[in-house]
Design a binder for this molecule. Structure first.
Ligand code: B12
Ligand code: SF4
Ligand code: SF4
Length: 271
């Protein structure tokens, strides 16, 4: 998908059901099982839901090490997993922390499209595509837009290249199966979704959180990065009168980029 610039790339973690809901349910089941075995106990479940240092806790609990890309890696499962935890008042044995196995590898640093991993184990979140197309609500910095390519929600590059993910197995969890063809959709198809369609098709998905406006913003950037094509220009023009100034500005940027490409191509022809 990353090799086909007219296709939309959505991070694999967001193709199916929102992981927050699924993991919370599983943690509740775990708490119930512990309760059945030992009687009532105090606990609280977290999944990315409070200021919890999830990666550092997991590393200290021996689940894996924090790799140079700053995600947690397990030597038997890679890094394609989420973290969730039960805080409890139970007295538990203390685990042995996991050790680092990145060695001399720095594939994630080299592959990062936006140079967000500024040093081993150090991420400049302001440059990370996953921040730009998920967390950022305003305009995407112009100088970073060309680096985003066709990534419209999240970014997986640093994990895709990581040798430890060669041993990772796809999840058999049906809730994580891709919905609405999000793993094979074109940018144009997704750009045409109305707000009502966006809300309906992202129900229960993490994508819904960014809202239709940022969805269109992200796809406009990706369309601006796609090879020049009349269908792309037509799609972009169809959103020039969108009520959101944010969307209009990103659409104008994308059209301008195609315009510049055309001028450059013409100039080359006359050289
Ligand atoms: C903010 C955030 C982001 C930001 C910044 C990420 C970053 N690396 O800084 C953005 C939006 C960019 C982001 C992107 C992604 N995120 Co995110 N994110 C978070 C979130 C909500 C908070 C992290 C945070 O800032 N904590 C506060 C700071 C202070 O803590 P910290 O980063 O952990 O670092 C401290 C400690 O780890 C400690 N520390 C660091 N190294 C070491 C080493 C040792 C030995 C010790 C003791 C301590 C220690 O010191 C650090 C400074 O205080 C967590 C959930 C959570 N609650 O942890 C998910 C989380 C880290 N994200 C997750 C995911 C999946 C992603 C993406 C892969 C999503 C995607 N595909 O697009 C990308 C990956 C980008 C990347 N290369 O990191 C998962 C990671 C799962 C895993 N296997 O590690 C988490 C854990 C969510 C979850 N519950 O599953 N994310
Ligand atoms: S998620 Fe993408 S942009 Fe962010 S650090 Fe990894 S490769 Fe770089
Ligand atoms: S790609 Fe290499 S350096 Fe980066 S996290 Fe994986 S093993 Fe570590």
């Amino acid at each position: 998908m990353l090799d086909s610039p007219a296709q939309a790339f959505v991070s694999r973690y967001a193709l199916g059901r929102d992981y927050h809901k699924l993991l919370r349910r599983r943690l509740q089941q775990l708490a119930d099982r512990i309760g059945t075995a030992i009687g009532s106990f105090g606990y609280r479940a977290f999944v990315d839901s409070a200021p919890v240092l999830e990666k550092a806790l997991a590393q200290q609990a021996g689940l894996g090490w924090i790799g140079k890309h700053t995600n947690l890696i397990n030597s038997k499962a890679g890094s394609w997993f989420f973290l969730g935890e039960l805080y409890t008042d139970l007295e538990l044995p203390i685990d042995t922390p996991a050790t680092d196995h990145c060695g001399s590898c720095q594939a994630c640093i080299d592959v990062c499209p936006s140079r967000a991993i500024v040093a081993p184990y150090q991420l400049d979140a302001r440059r990370c595509i996953s921040y730009l197309n998920i967390e950022l609500r305003g305009a995407i910095p112009v100088e970073l837009r060309p680096l985003i390519g066709n990534r419209i929600y999240g970014c997986d590059d640093c994990q895709l290249v990581c040798p430890w993910n060669r041993i990772a197995r796809p999840s058999a969890e049906p809730d994580f199966a891709p919905r609405h063809g999000l793993d094979s959709a074109t940018l144009i198809e997704l750009f045409a979704w109305s707000e009502a369609e966006f809300l309906q098709r992202t129900e229960g998905s993490a994508i819904r959180r960014i809202g239709h406006e940022c969805w269109l913003r992200n796809i406009a950037v990706a369309l601006g990065n796609a090879p020049r094509d009349t269908t792309i220009i037509t799609a972009l023009r169809s959103r020039l009168d969108h009520p959101s100034g944010l969307v209009r500005e990103h659409v104008a940027w994308a059209l301008n980029r195609h315009e510049n490409q055309a001028v450059a191509a013409n100039a080359r022809e006359y050289e």
